[in-house]
Design a protein around this ligand. Structure first.
Ligand SMILES: [Zn+2]
Length: 373
């Protein structure tokens, strides 16, 4: 009898453990809604939720009404709803004066002559009009009841150095800061910098060697985030952002010193293939990220998924690279064992059945053991 009782107890414990299975927090970048009906959106969101996604960073343009509609459906499915709206990159818009766009070291406007790709129309973060436009935009979206938070993206300068995985694509060797990719040299930025430091940056032989000039521009982005944080918080909503990894890489490539930003959570894009690294690198960089904020706020490790795993080795464009089903466990484990609060998928739409199988196992594993090390 005693043995049967013990056996029952063991079975009981196993069953109750599996019912309260551990799961890591999972977010995902996605967007729409295009022409999708409410019912189609419901089906998609229910599927995301069942696969283990807890919240969406949703890109749906700049109209608050879109977020009201989609947000209601996301909440109905039981997920958090954060609006993913680009910050410094803004296309032609009657509300934005052409004077607000950033200038490179050759004096060319990011509106007239964007770097790398046509959409790289970056605003100058030092213009009051830029702040006013963004405060209005994010304030109006944050005031929508269905919105839990605002998710900033492109909250940075254009890449003064491209990630190494992109050099071939653009035919560049970016071993230094070239003037056409180096921003912002508008009159306001250069004169404010001169007033602050006494340095006339336009007269310096090699601007890339002036540490104060780098710091000045990190601070411009930091100030913008911190001012927007007040706007979003005053609506009772949270503020978070997609950032480059590090922040060592973020500072060097796009001038984001994000460990100083007043965010409620950080979503570093730990996209290993862009840096010609394997999946184990995701854990290494997560370690730096968690340490950079002294564990004071959640880090959600952004994972770039390979959309066509069978073709990865034949693809030259890193946009089509990313984690294979066989790599996803390494990336998730590395993130969690190095202190990430959870992960974020770019994107659920790129995930194949084999990805979801590996993902399902990895999000239910117990990563608490290594914390004592
Ligand atoms: Zn400027």
């Amino acid at each position: 009898m005693g043995r049967i009782f013990k056996l029952c107890l063991v079975v009981f414990v196993m069953v109750s453990c599996s019912e309260q299975r551990t799961k890591i927090p999972v977010y995902a970048w996605t967007g729409g809604p295009g022409d999708a009906t409410d019912q189609e959106l419901r089906t998609t969101f229910k599927d995301f939720k069942e696969k283990g996604i807890d919240g969406l960073l949703y890109n749906g343009g700049q109209n608050p009404e879109t977020y009201k509609r989609v947000g209601a459906l996301v909440k109905e499915a039981g997920m958090e709803f954060h609006t993913w709206i680009p910050t410094m990159v803004q296309g032609e818009n009657p509300k934005i004066s052409k004077e607000l766009y950033a200038l490179n070291r050759k004096g060319e406007s990011a509106f007239e002559k964007p770097a790398y790709v046509d959409y790289y129309k970056f605003l100058c973060p030092n213009k009051e009009g830029t702040y006013e436009f963004l405060a209005n935009l994010y304030g109006s979206v944050a005031s929508v009841e269905e919105v839990d938070g605002i998710h900033l993206d492109y909250i940075r300068f254009p890449d003064v150095i491209l990630a190494e995985g992109l050099w071939d694509k653009y035919g560049l060797v970016m071993d230094q800061e070239f003037p056409e990719y180096d921003y912002c040299y508008c009159d306001k930025c250069t004169s404010d910098f001169k007033e602050k430091t006494g340095i006339d940056i336009k007269e310096v032989e090699d601007a890339s060697q002036v540490q104060e000039w780098k710091q000045f521009r990190y601070d411009l982005i930091t100030n913008m985030v911190n001012r927007l944080s007040k706007v979003v918080h005053s609506e009772g909503k949270v503020l978070n952002a997609a950032v480059f990894p590090g922040p060592s890489i973020a500072k060097k490539l796009v001038r984001q010193e994000w460990n100083k930003w007043e965010l409620d959570a950080v979503y570093p894009m730990n996209y290993n293939d862009f840096y010609l690294k394997g999946p184990e690198w995701v854990g290494e960089i997560t370690k730096e990220e968690v340490a950079s904020v002294n564990g004071s706020k959640p880090i959600y490790s952004g994972l770039f998924i390979c959309p066509n795993p069978e073709n990865k080795t034949k693809e030259n464009d890193p946009e089509n690279h990313g984690l294979l089903p066989s790599e996803i466990e390494t990336a998730i484990r590395g993130s969690m064992e190095n202190g990430a609060t959870g992960i974020c998928l770019f994107t659920p739409g790129r995930m194949k059945a084999e990805h979801w199988e590996a993902f399902e196992r990895a999000i239910h594993a117990d990563y608490s053991i290594k914390e004592s090390n």
